[in-house]
Design a protein around this ligand. Structure first.
Ligand code: TYD
Length: 153
């Protein structure tokens, strides 16, 4: 079972899409094991988007991430990191496939609804960045056999 970090960006908050986007993840079969609303600042964004420092869009990206609080959530499921990236879709909403979250809900590169960890290494770092251990819950095996069967090869 994997865990991954998702942020519902200010564009989602401003457009009243928190419930709708969250329900996409839940309906898919991912479980929310941590969730909170937080206002990001320069320090955390410089760290979170360190790979983009120096890009021309970096200042605008940071400003856009501080317009409202974001909703941070930790999602759990089999192959959760890859599955969440897959249903999130391509970065630029105008090029994202219909049926993906970005493809269905946005028209922008920057205001693209969600952030999702892109690898097991990033997920581990990002979950720690946004959640204290005591803010994450172990929901046990409840219903897991109805969501996932073992992949038998
Ligand atoms: P990136 O990590 O490349 O993409 P992703 O969010 O899909 O992992 O970029 C981080 C964010 O930076 C992206 O979600 C939106 C913003 N961004 C822009 O505003 N313009 C751009 O040209 C790119 C590549 C990203």
């Amino acid at each position: 079972m994997e865990r991954t970090l998702v942020l519902l960006k200010p564009s989602t908050v401003m457009r009243g899409l928190i419930g709708e986007v969250t329900s996409r993840f839940e309906k898919k079969g991912l479980r929310i094991v941590g969730m909170k609303m937080i206002w990001l600042n320069d320090e955390i964004l410089n760290e979170h988007y360190a790979h983009l420092v120096g890009k021309p869009f970096f200042p605008a990206l940071k400003a856009s991430m501080m317009r409202t609080p974001v909703v941070a959530m930790c999602l759990e499921g089999t192959d959760a990191i890859e599955v969440v990236r897959f249903i999130t879709g391509y970065t630029n909403g105008r090029k994202a496939e219909p049926g993906t979250i970005r493809g269905d809900y946005c028209m922008s590169n920057q205001q693209n609804i969600v952030h999702a960890s892109d690898s097991p290494t990033s997920a581990a770092i990002e979950i720690k960045r946004f959640f204290k251990p005591e803010e994450l819950y172990d929901l046990g095996d409840l219903n897991m056999d109805r969501l996932y069967a073992l992949d038998l090869s």
